[in-house]
Design a protein around this ligand. Structure first.
Ligand code: EPU
Length: 420
């Protein structure tokens, strides 16, 4: 349990400019991908978040040399000293995306023994598609107790995913990057960070084509050389800040983002009556009047991201009319809503659908974060609410958002920590 809570005194508009950090979901894949390299390489724009620090610990435990400077966001990884292939539960329970170590170690050493990551509060998160992909590449995969043991030189092959999976697509791409022969991934996920991982591997001399489409072609190479690669800005942080700006009826310009990654959210905000102006690498969100209710259905990219459903549904609790939110990716991603109902929101949940009747006011209350994006949703609700909102378990938020409190404060939010 966290030894502090967040206090937010809300009901004030966010105003000003803010720069978005490097992507969390791309960093947690690109850092393990660096293990594939046969020389030291340098990553840039890596956010200073808990998940990144867990990965640094894991890479060092495996024998790689890692230096990270949170001030410059630069990380040097020398994987040539790698000496192990086993990642025990004491490490993997600290972050879910530790599953990328399987694909990376398999690609690098031909063997990976990685404990299943810790439980997840957003629903059952099976690995069957990852395992199916590794097996299709001819590697032997055994699940012993709570450990996945994969072994063997990967041989290029066709992999048809039964369902679209971000993690599965990246993991099999990692295992196939140095395989013998060519691999084709069908029904692949198309998220921006899949393109980023492919671009990183290509920058080291890999050969991955089609990332960003549903068919990815990977020609295995025997060596990957040093590279200096900057990861893309965080799509979900950008969206969270856009929502926070709109929800507080503020006027915020988000700099250093990629507006084309935000199209599904931008379209919804425009539908709600929010002003959104895009330039090459910035988005201005401004809103001066009440927002209209909208319906939201989460989908794989380029659809509306499940990771933004939680902050978005927080904002919809004060939109005019009734919004219907349908979560299609994860089975248990509405845990923030009963908490926001404690603040005066009107919400009914029917399995994967939330029906939200907009209210004109929310009131601060003690609430508890259950996961990263639920935490972000509670922050949005707290910023909208009258009075003071107390958010317990805020540590979830720092796992994935870099300096969110500081960034919001610079936009005029009254948000602070208090020891408990
Ligand atoms: N699935 C399977 N079998 C598999 C893999 C996935 O059935 O082998 C199912 C999952 O249970 C889920 C759906 O497929 O219902 C999609 O899962 P996916 O594999 O796409 O998700 P993930 O790789 O586990 C990543 C992000 C999540 C984000 C999802 C969906 C990272 C590190 N995590 O998870 O991010 O919600 O894609 O876009 O990239 C977050 O940042 O808060 C977060 C949870």
């Amino acid at each position: 349990m966290d030894d502090y809570k967040l206090l937010i005194s809300g009901d004030r508009p966010l105003m000003g400019e803010i720069r978005v950090s490097g992507g969390k979901n791309t960093s947690v894949a690109v850092i393990p991908a660096a293990l594939l390299c046969d020389e030291p390489c340098q990553l840039e724009n890596i956010p200073d978040i808990e998940d990144v620090h867990v990965l640094i610990d894991i890479l060092r435990m495996l024998g790689a040399k890692v230096d990270y400077d949170p001030a410059t966001k630069r990380m040097n990884i020398d994987p040539t000293t790698l000496s192990g292939f086993t990642v025990p539960y004491s490490y993997t329970q600290r972050m879910r995306a530790s599953y990328y170590l399987i694909g990376a170690l398999l690609g690098r050493t031909g063997e990976a023994e990685v404990a299943y990551p810790g439980g997840c509060s957003i629903g059952n998160r099976p690995f069957d598609q990852h395992i199916k992909g590794f097996r299709a590449l001819g590697t032997e995969v055994e699940e012993r107790g709570a450990v996945i043991h994969a072994r063997g030189r990967a041989i290029g092959s066709g992999v048809f995913f039964d369902r679209i999976t971000v993690g599965g697509t990246i993991n099999v791409m990692l295992a196939a990057a140095k395989a013998e022969g060519s691999t084709i991934l069908y029904n692949a996920a198309r998220e921006p960070h899949i393109v980023d991982v492919a671009n990183f591997i290509n920058s080291m001399g890999g050969s991955i084509k089609g990332a960003g489409t549903d068919t990815i072609r990977i020609r295995g190479v025997s060596r990957l050389h040093a590279s200096n690669y900057a990861v893309i800005p965080d799509q979900i942080e950008t969206g969270t800040l856009m929502i926070a700006a709109a929800a507080t009826r503020g006027d915020v310009t988000i700099r250093g983002c990629i507006p084309t990654h935000m199209e599904s959210l931008t379209a919804k905000l425009l539908e709600m009556g929010v002003g959104v102006k895009e330039s090459d690498d910035s988005i201005r969100v401004h809103t001066f009047r009440g927002q209209r209710a909208v319906n939201v259905k989460t989908q794989e990219y380029p659809g509306f991201p499940t990771d933004l459903q939680q902050p978005m549904s927080a904002m919809l609790t004060m939109a005019k009319g009734t919004s219907v939110v349908n979560e299609t990716i994860f089975e248990n991603r509405f845990k923030h809503l009963p908490e926001i109902a404690r603040m005066g929101a009107h919400i009914r949940i029917l399995e994967q659908t939330a029906i939200i009747d907009g209210v004109s006011e929310l009131f601060g209350a003690p609430v508890t974060a259950t996961d990263l994006r639920a935490g972000a949703a509670l922050v949005v609700a707290g910023l909208m609410a009258k009075g003071t909102t107390e958010i317990y378990e805020p540590g979830y938020i720092t796992r994935g958002y870099e300096r969110l409190e500081e960034k919001l404060r610079s936009l005029g939010a009254d948000i602070r920590r208090e020891r408990i």
